[in-house]
Write a protein that binds this ligand. Structure first.
Ligand SMILES: CCCCCCCCCCCCCC(=O)SCCNC(=O)CCNC(=O)[C@H](O)C(C)(C)COP(=O)(O)OP(=O)(O)OC[C@H]1O[C@@H](n2cnc3c(N)ncnc32)[C@H](O)[C@@H]1OP(=O)(O)O
Length: 217
């Protein structure tokens, strides 16, 4: 069997049982903006600095108020194309005893990054998300999240986030770099389950939130 180094270098590997498996990976969009990326533009009607953004969807696992198992993350607009958010780690979020699950922390980072769309009035979904877990995060910790857009290239939105413990200036426990891809509302209408789409579109609050992204539902 090929070594893990050979696999990382993209050499062909032969699986047990002699079936030939190519290790070639599809090329990935880098996580840093290209040289010809442009600076993000804060929309003139973006929420004022310090304003709570609210949930984009009441059933969202990251920010939805009607999602009993969710993270209930609350993000606030920053002065630029950046947001801050707080997430309290609950017992339901454990991986190891007394410690937050890494996937939950990645979700908190993803949700915070996703909320940056409010400031540019675009809808965007996660294309790539790379996380780094710097320190364990105990239950009852308040994670202080900070996310910002670092560049825009076509539909690609490059962004980064950190999660600090002990306060907004505390040590970094988690961080992420990501590329979000701008989509139209059809992305959700075409791919979402009809039941939830219909319910969302018949909710005046949801329609109002969609309009905040300059989307005509
Ligand atoms: C009702 C609505 C209410 C409001 C809802 C708010 C929702 C907010 C939710 C927030 C919740 C929290 C957040 C969540 O959890 S969002 C949920 C998790 N994410 C997803 O489900 C996304 C799944 N993926 C897709 O749907 C498609 O692959 C997308 C739409 C992303 C692209 O497919 P599409 O066919 O459209 O793209 P294209 O081929 O024309 O490529 C266009 C450009 O993009 C580049 N590229 C493509 N893919 C990737 C990639 N994976 N990484 C990096 N780059 C990628 C590509 O190279 C090209 O670049 P260039 O060649 O131009 O340089």
């Amino acid at each position: 069997m090929a070594s893990s180094l050979a696999r990382r270098l993209g050499a062909p590997v032969t699986a047990v049982g002699s079936a030939h498996v190519s290790a070639a990976q599809p090329s990935k969009t880098p996580l840093v903006p290209p040289d010809d990326a442009v600076a993000p533009v804060r929309h003139p009607e973006a929420p004022a600095p310090g304003e709570l953004l609210g949930s984009h969807y009441a059933q969202c696992f990251g920010c939805g108020g009607e999602q009993p198992h969710g993270l209930h993350l609350e993000a606030r607009a920053g002065e630029g194309v950046n947001v801050t958010a707080e997430f309290t780690v609950r017992t339901a979020h454990q991986g190891a005893p007394g410690l937050a699950h890494g996937g939950v922390l990645a979700t908190a980072l993803d949700e915070t990054l996703g909320s940056l769309g409010w400031l540019m009035h675009v809808i965007a979904v996660t294309g790539r998300l790379e996380t780094e877990f710097v320190a364990p995060v105990p239950v009852d910790t308040v994670l202080h999240l900070d996310a910002r857009v670092t560049g825009v290239h076509g539909r690609k939105i490059y962004c980064s986030a950190t999660g600090r413990i002990g306060g907004p200036e505390g040590p970094v426990a988690v961080r992420a770099d990501a590329v979000f891809i701008e989509v139209k509302v059809e992305h959700f209408l075409d791919n979402g389950r009809n039941e939830e789409i219909q319910a969302a579109m018949s909710d005046p609050d949801q329609v109002r939130r969609a309009r905040a992204f300059e989307v005509n539902p």
